[in-house]
Design a protein around this ligand. Structure first.
Ligand code: ADP
Ligand code: ASP
Ligand code: MG
Length: 422
């Protein structure tokens, strides 16, 4: 008997018919003797629908009071699908109970709309499992130390599932979604993309952090930290396929490089439309400038991604960095009204029409010239590179968003990702 965590995404939970299919699949696993914890997302479109209602009433996202209510609101989507799944399981003849994040409880910090899980108390869940119940733990939500409901950021149910699996030392965490695994790039953008049988944890971490939304980055971080056995697979196979076939399908995230691993130099291409670029122009070029600009942004709980500082001309320099779309208004406001007057900068300009494209692969460590191939391919397509950032196993560029698909397709082809490795 094993303890297994299943996570079902929004599309997989998208209608009562699909929820009923999920229940049948979970029942299949429970009936062979596994202890089952299931983490569902809200039904597809529900989180967007709820957040759009809030925006209709007030577009501002600048205050904590507003963000608190966004979390109260968005958390209802997952709560509804959890109860529906418990009902569907009961209809299958299984005993089942659902818990909201605060009932478990899943404790988080108080960063509304992007809270981080701090601890999970698994007593209640274990007691139910021991009594033979299937336990539904509501995804995407938690409780801060003052008793407020928090959410974990878009795509956060992945993180709920992996964190529950880590806390409970589950034997495996299966992420069921609307594609049958992790691909060389988003198969919706490049139809030639190939499914990877395995992907190393490090590559998955880079792909997720560079925008592949198949797994939320924090879920991959948890999997790495607690060595959770993690697999991404399809919820759209018939629910009654052979359980062993199902258990071996999709993509396994591996922690060791074994001989069977696909040895491509570049394993995948990630992209993100979620970036915006902000430039502070005409800043006096002296010690402490980066700290004064980026420190203020970080203190406001805004994550900064790529950064460049230009060489100085006449004692002045330009400073550019990227933040998520969701933080754009807040960052612009902070820079224009607080940082710019203090520093005596000339201007703050923003660009929301950019995107980031990244090539990822552990093979890049031992191969030189990979980044230059990337730059050549983009130049042949006439695509201007605005920013570059590299790490050991990835190279990212910021380009105009209108060239995103062109860039991803060209790079996918140039690195031979549409062909099976020899
Ligand atoms: P869920 O609702 O199940 O959490 P998501 O929409 O969050 O599903 O994530 C699955 C989607 O991720 C896929 O439909 C696919 O379009 C997208 N995706 C992006 N990059 C990749 C990739 N490298 N491999 C597979 N899917 C990817
Ligand atoms: N429902 C949330 C979202 O749409 C969380 C998730 O699906 O993982 O972002
Ligand atoms: Mg998701």
């Amino acid at each position: 008997m094993s303890l297994i965590v299943h996570k079902y995404g929004g599309t997989s939970m998208g209608s009562t018919e699909r929820i009923s299919n999920v229940a049948k699949r979970v029942a299949k696993w429970a009936r062979v003797g596994h202890q089952m914890v299931v983490v569902p997302s809200a039904m597809s479109g529900e989180t967007n629908r709820l957040l759009a209602l809030a925006k209709e009433l007030a577009p501002s996202t600048l205050t904590d009071a507003y963000s608190r209510e966004l979390d109260m609101l968005a958390a209802t989507g997952e709560q509804a699908s959890s109860a529906l799944l418990a009902i569907a399981l009961q209809a299958e003849g299984l005993e089942s109970v659902s818990y909201a994040g605060w009932q478990v409880p899943i404790r988080t910090n108080n960063a509304y709309t992007k809270a981080r899980i701090e601890s999970i108390d698994d007593k209640r869940v274990r007691a139910d499992l021991a009594a033979g119940r299937v336990v539904i733990v509501t995804g995407f939500q938690g409780l801060d130390e003052s008793g407020n409901i928090t959410t974990l950021g878009r795509g956060g149910s992945d993180t709920s599932a992996v964190a529950v699996a880590a806390a409970m030392k589950a034997d495996e965490c299966l992420i069921y979604t609307d594609v049958d695994g992790v691909y060389t790039t988003d198969p919706r953008v490049v139809p030639e993309a190939r499914r990877l049988e395995t992907v190393s944890f490090e590559e998955m971490l880079e792909m997720a952090s560079m925008g592949s939304k198949v797994l939320q980055i924090r879920s991959v971080e948890f999997a790495g930290k607690y060595k959770v056995k993690l697999r991404v697979l399809s919820s759209f196979t018939p629910w009654d396929i052979d359980i062993n076939t199902e258990a071996a399908s999709g993509t396994l995230i591996t922690f060791e490089e074994d001989e069977n691993m696909e040895q491509a130099i570049v394993s995948g291409i990630a992209f993100s439309r979620d970036e915006t670029k902000i430039s502070v122009l005409g800043v006096p070029d002296k010690p402490g400038i980066a700290y004064q600009i980026l420190g203020a942004v970080a203190d406001a709980n805004i994550e900064i991604d790529m950064i460049i500082q230009n060489i100085s001309k006449g004692g002045l320099t330009d400073f550019s960095f990227t933040v998520n779309h969701g933080d754009y208004a807040k960052t612009m406001d902070l820079l224009k009204n607080v940082v710019m007057p203090k520093l005596g900068a000339e201007e703050v300009v923003g660009d929301t029409k950019i995107c980031k494209v990244s090539i990822v692969g552990i093979g890049m460590r031992s191969h030189v010239g990979v980044a230059s191939t990337m730059f050549r391919v983009l130049s042949e397509e006439g695509i201007n590179i605005q920013m570059i950032s590299t790490s050991e196993i990835k190279t990212s560029v910021v380009i105009d968003e209108k060239y995103m698909e062109l860039a991803v397709r060209a790079l996918h082809k140039a690195f031979g990702l549409d062909q099976a490795p020899a």
